[in-house]
Design a protein around this ligand. Sequence first.
Ligand code: FRU
Length: 467
Amino acid sequence: MALTNLLPALLQAVMKGQPKALKDSHYPGWHLAPTTGLLNDPNGFIHFAGRYHLFYQWNGLGCQHQHKGWAHWSSDDLLHWQHEPVALLPDQEYDRSGCYSGSAVDNGGVLTLCYTGNVKFDDGTRTAWQCLAVQNSEGGFDKLGPAIPLPHGYTGHVRDPKVWRHGEYWYMVLGAQDLQLQGKVLLLRSENLWNWQNLGEIAGSGLGGLGAAGYMWECPDMFTLGGSTFLICCPQGIAREEKRYLNTYPSAWLGGQLDYTKAQFHHGEFHELDAGFEFYAPQTTLTADGRRLLVGWMGVPDGEEMRQPTVANGWIHQMTCLRELTSRDGKLYQQPIVELQALRGETRTWQGAADAMPVLDVQRLELILESAGEVTLNFADTLILQWQNDELRLARRSLETGEWLYRYWCGQARKLQILCDHSSIEIFINDGEGVMSSRYFPSHPAQLTLTGRAEVRAHYWSLRSCM
Ligand code: FRU
């Protein structure tokens, strides 16, 4: 399909309209979602010139993984977001099969996007260019072209540049697959965003004591927090365990120290970033006041995604809520950003046996629950959370076969903070020690019922819409 320069404006008009998506009872009230078509990875998350910008992988033409460009929202409070002109569409030779994921930087006052130009050939092979684009006076982006060709020693799967400034240089982590089909993360350095030196592999399958760890690492992100350096990545092909890494592709973090001069990352073992059914390709940025925020795609590629009922209404997927990252003792914690508290209605509290707790409407709900016993939370018979002494077990039926599927968080949960928004749930465990994010598709009005004789203490709020 030929894509012209007119298309960004046309697509913006589509997004401003009132397509079927907005009338769908599954459409979120306070999470970001596409008003038409498919959304996947968050891209270019940045605080720039007093506003937050969040771009995303978008196919405005349908719910399939095709024609990827970057659509664009901005916000001044991290709650209310507005559509901006679509930033990138795959209209050049070097990005013709998709403007794939990447990041944004403030280059001397110019909002600059670093993205992957993906090119697929008829024989099934592909290549990738790491490209630049700069914001123009209309709020759109002008492509500057490819800065980095495919590095030697890697297949065409090299993508998802995350760029940051450290001292005198720009640094980039890049997801890659080597010629032995092992997933790797490369570190590159540049003085000017154009000329890049590949400093080598800093993490990946077979490196740093990890053993076999997948055939492709997508969407790397690297940052320092509380004295440790963290690498977030999506290692495709790591082995499923009985209770971890159960999604088609997982998201994980490694913590340690990056030696910039030797380009070596000394890190510990893998940790799953989110133990729910839907979470992938997260990206982080710094806020104006120095907090490290994360947003993820509440979806996973190549699974049952096309069975989701929203496809019938012309849209699919949403982002997670924005989360603040903190680190304690080298561990990463995630909590909903404090800004979200502004959505809370009247505070309600309850204490007593779980069985006796009032039934709650889950359409847009925040529930903070503390208990030392065993409790079952039933979300409209569509999603069941079993809170046991040594684990949480989340059950949901397969959209394909109807059989029950399970996800686990192993450990002693004392406190849950649960956020529901029409067709999504995010369960924060022990003030951010773990998270389980999942989509589910109840018919509204939908209720949450608790069972079990254990004593619970609850605070809860109905949440306002802000989209
Ligand atoms: C992750 C990913 C990225 C790629 C993008 C394409 O979900 O596969 O590696 O850049 O999505 O949409």
